[in-house]
Design a protein around this ligand. Structure first.
Ligand SMILES: [Zn+2]
Length: 100
């Protein structure tokens, strides 16, 4: 599947190097291990309980409070309010991959 201007190969490489667990811990605060997953308070809605779950194995997240989920790009896209292309560029820059 193509996403327009950026090749899937580059998108995959950027996704692989931006570990979702590390990114969420960096921007959403401390993660608590719960079974095979990590949990924390959701950065997207004002929850008091840790309803935000990260699955490190599949590199996906899901919030049971606001029902938002996805991978590292969707997390950063929502967090920063950037487009998909800008999000890929930003994350690429952080790991030294220049997006043409
Ligand atoms: Zn939420």
């Amino acid at each position: 599947m193509s996403r327009g201007l950026i090749s899937e190969d580059i998108i995959d490489r950027i996704r692989e190097r931006n570990d979702l667990t590390r990114i969420v811990a960096k921007y959403a605060g401390p993660l608590v291990l719960a079974g095979d997953n990590f949990q924390c308070r959701c950065p997207f809605h004002g929850c008091k309980s840790p309803s935000f779950t990260v699955c490190p194995r599949y590199q996906i997240f899901y919030c049971f409070g606001c029902e938002y989920g996805g991978g590292v790009f969707r997390f950063m896209k929502r967090l920063r309010g950037t487009s998909f292309l800008e999000t890929v560029r930003d994350l690429g820059r952080e790991v030294g991959i220049e997006v043409p």
